[in-house]
Design a protein around this ligand. Structure first.
Ligand SMILES: C[S@@+](CC[C@H](N)C(=O)[O-])C[C@H]1O[C@@H](n2cnc3c(N)ncnc32)[C@H](O)[C@@H]1O
Length: 439
């Protein structure tokens, strides 16, 4: 019995009532998480490393995945825990402070030549001790490069933080989103651990003590509103784009057969934010005829500083009648668009809200001519990417929504009177384009 008591302490093992062996041995926290898998990760990394120079995005992504798996296997549970609880929050806040005080701008000056923390601090007019400590942690985390004692160089990451679409995510999360993330466990405890399903009674409203949806709430603070839209403009940069060759056959599926009379609408981007997707389309497909129409709420369109001249801004609330509408009586003017497009719009909402949004699109579509293109994550049955799974949790918190599997998309879209013609995806299934027509 004496032995059993000791084993139930810090160093022991015990069996819980369900019979599952529960290790309470601290040693498990001090050994690599998965020693056995390490040689195979290293083998994959060395094979992929040799192919990186080809510039193939998929090779880089596979290498990154293997490198993450290697780190996870090498770290001990204690190290991973300290990383989550100390290192990452400390890095996040150091980055945000750095953005606030222009630290990364100063660091990037003179072609990124190495700089003493004290001279950076002097230029910023900030306490040198504070700057040195912030830089030391960012150096330890590889976000800036240590060049000597109290001396640092920028990295591509730290320099990129000076671009608003990259840097704006940090204060946005701190000032608006994190409170909801932090209160999510409390919300679930109160609601009996049921998956949130009401867009207006999500952890976001609970945390903010508000009845507004996230966008309406963000709108109360002009800075955060702008940051959110900048953040939206950044998160998909560098990912496969459906407008590129080898993804979705734009010419075959959209351009061929599109009406070209004056006034014909080619692509309507519903909830298109600041117009980044339509600008990309205009740049990549400059010869395509027909109107490119950007629809979003008036307050969002008012945030646009610059937009390609060929794109029309059309203030529009997607719960109301779609102005670009087909009808059997009007085949020249007032015809439906060749394609209505929604990118990361439906993932913001649970199905009941999406059914209302989709009803406005389907009633505007011209049968046999218009398409609906839905650019979203389609979560695979296994091997889902961490970006998609992270987004899934974030939209659950901010609007009781979800990132959808193919089955989830079929239920939603087919239930709304649409037929899925094809789901176009890339290798890693990070970006998908669901091509639909009226059923
Ligand atoms: C997650 S963002 C996606 C933006 C953009 N499509 C992209 O992929 O970057 C959702 C967009 O839906 C817009 N939105 C939200 N409610 C809307 C409404 N009632 N009518 C029109 N657009 C709306 C937001 O303003 C925002 O631009």
């Amino acid at each position: 019995m004496m032995e059993a008591t000791e084993l139930n302490g810090v160093n022991g093992h015990t069996n819980e009532s369900n019979g599952a062996p529960q290790s309470r041995d601290l040693a498990i926290a001090l050994e690599p998480c998965d020693l056995n898998s390490i040689p195979s990760h290293i083998k994959t990394i060395s094979e992929l490393g040799g192919r990186l120079a080809d510039g193939d995005l998929q090779v880089r992504l596979k290498l990154l995945k293997s490198a993450r798996s290697l780190v996870a296997a090498l770290e001990t549970p204690r190290e991973t825990m300290i990383k989550h609880c100390w290192a990452q929050p400390a890095a996040f806040t150091a980055i945000e402070i750095g953005i606030q005080i222009d630290l990364f701008k100063v660091l990037a000056r003179d072609n990124g030549s190495s700089k003493k923390a004290a001279s950076v601090a002097q230029e910023l007019g900030v306490d040198p001790n504070l700057v040195a400590r912030l830089l030391r942690h960012l150096g330890a985390m590889n976000y800036v490069k240590e060049a000597g004692p109290d001396e640092y160089e920028p990295t591509n990451f730290s320099t990129a933080l000076n671009i608003p679409v990259v840097g704006d995510g940090y204060p946005l999360i701190t000032e608006d989103v994190r409170i909801a993330v932090d209160k999510f466990p409390q919300f679930l405890k109160k609601t009996g651990y049921k998956t949130p399903s009401d867009a207006l009674n999500s952890p976001y409203q609970y945390a903010h003590g508000s009845k507004l949806n996230m966008l309406e709430h963000l709108e109360l603070d002009a800075k955060n509103f702008q940051r959110f839209h900048n953040h939206m403009g950044a998160y998909r940069q560098g990912r496969d784009s459906w407008m590129d060759p080898g993804f979705f056959p734009v010419q075959d599926r959209l351009v061929n057969g599109a009406k070209t009379h004056s006034g014909a609408a080619f692509l309507v981007d519903i909830g298109g934010s600041l117009g980044h997707d339509l600008e990309e389309f205009a740049r990549k497909h400059p010869k395509v005829e027909g109107r490119l129409i950007l629809q979003d709420l008036p307050s969002v369109l008012a945030q646009i500083n610059q937009l390609d001249d060929g794109i029309e801004r059309m203030p529009y609330d997607f719960y109301t009648e779609q102005p670009i509408k087909g009808s059997s009586a009007t085949h020249i003017f007032g015809s439906g668009a060749r394609a209505y497009y929604m990118h990361s719009v439906l993932h913001d909402w649970p199905d009941d809200v999406n059914r209302k949004i989709l009803a406005r699109v389907t009633e505007a579509m011209e049968r046999g001519y218009s398409k609906l293109l839905v650019n979203e994550n389609v979560i695979p049955a296994t091997g889902a990417d961490w970006q998609a799974t992270a987004e899934d949790i974030m939209v659950m918190i901010t609007s009781s929504s979800l990132e959808r599997t193919e089955g989830n998309w079929r239920d939603l879209l087919e239930g709304a009177g649409l037929k899925i013609c094809n789901i176009w995806s890339t290798d890693n299934a990070l970006e998908s384009l669901i091509e639909c027509e009226l059923s």
